[in-house]
Design a protein around this ligand. Structure first.
Ligand SMILES: NC(=O)c1ccc[n+]([C@@H]2O[C@H](COP(=O)([O-])OP(=O)(O)OC[C@H]3O[C@@H](n4cnc5c(N)ncnc54)[C@H](OP(=O)(O)O)[C@@H]3O)[C@@H](O)[C@H]2O)c1
Length: 281
């Protein structure tokens, strides 16, 4: 599995990780087996959140990583409604209990809420000093939010920004990705398959993916994943509760697409206009 430096952390992290949203809805044993299969294949970045199943997803992750904690780059998230100074610390303690571990590799603010960023960062600092989190980051932050966070925390403190990114939703390419690259913040693509609404094989884009996939003896999902991480700042965290999907996603790391392939995908899934309301970088 290909690994990349994760923003300002000194940790090399798998380019493809494993999401866990709604993982508690399926069969528990299969979900655990799928996550462990992913670890076998080097998909060491596991993403979860206190929100997912109100801790049930974290429970499943805890069972899956039992005895294998050192292999895992473990990420969880605090809900904005809990992101006061004391609330963040309490939320982290709850997540650690569900996950049956004593530390997270990265702890994220799930999205920006009503509490001042200063409070959340003070809690992140305290958790980091206590060794309960090794780094922290944000999620769903646009450039204005990132600028505010930078003003509060300073350079090289924000490990990552986890954001929506798939073939039909490329808005982050306009300003968020350039900003993160300029400030050494890893960009983690969530819902890389559109949360289950992947381009249909019969659609124009689906046919382009299939044509490229056939030439490379790969699948359309693998082509999509490889496209999404074509820049060194990018990571992706597909969710797969089926072990066969996990194996397919892990194998995307071996796929090498040409610039001509990237151009075909780019044309089939246009980036769209930049949002007008945000200032240009
Ligand atoms: N920070 C945030 O606000 C935020 C928001 C959304 C998501 N996330 C994170 O990002 C993760 C991924 O996003 P997501 O769960 O929304 O959806 P996703 O990864 O875009 O899509 C998941 C769907 O794709 C299927 N799938 C996976 N691999 C496949 C393959 N190789 N071939 C065919 N189908 C495949 C899965 O099926 P099976 O499950 O049946 O295998 C599942 O139905 C989440 O689980 C979560 O950890 C974060």
């Amino acid at each position: 599995m290909e690994r990349r430096r994760f923003g300002p952390t000194n940790r090399e992290v798998s380019v493809f990780g494993q999401g866990t949203w709604f993982i508690e809805k399926g069969d528990r044993a299969s979900a655990i087996a799928a996550l462990r299969r992913g670890l076998d294949l080097g998909m060491s970045h596991i993403d979860t959140a206190e929100m997912y199943g109100d801790g049930l997803a974290e429970d499943i992750v805890g069972a899956a990583i039992m005895g294998r904690r050192d292999e895992v780059f473990l990420v969880s998230k605090v809900l904005p409604e809990n992101a006061s100074r004391a609330g963040t610390i309490a939320a982290c303690e709850r997540s650690l209990a569900h996950l049956k571990t004593d530390h997270l590799n990265c702890y994220l603010l799930h999205w920006r809420g009503r509490f001042p960023l200063e409070e959340t960062v003070a809690a992140f600092d305290a958790l980091q000093q206590a060794g309960k989190i090794l780094s922290w980051g944000v999620s769903n932050f646009d450039v204005a939010d990132l600028q505010d966070m930078l003003a509060v925390a300073g350079e090289r403190r924000i490990a990552c920004n986890q954001v929506l990114y798939h073939l039909d939703e490329r808005a982050i390419e306009h300003r968020v990705v350039p900003w993160c690259e300029a400030h050494d913040v890893a960009v983690v693509a969530y819902s890389p398959f559109g949360s289950g609404s992947f381009p249909r094989p019969s659609s124009k884009g689906g046919r382009v993916l299939k044509e490229i996939a056939t030439r490379h003896a790969a699948t359309a999902h693998q082509v999509a994943l490889r496209f999404l991480v074509r820049r060194p700042s990018l990571f992706a965290i597909p969710k797969a509760s089926k072990a066969v999907h996990v194996a397919e996603n892990a194998a995307a790391a071996k796929l090498r697409l040409s610039n001509a392939d990237f151009a075909l995908i780019d044309a089939a899934f246009p980036i769209g206009a930049a949002p007008r309301s945000l200032p240009m970088l």
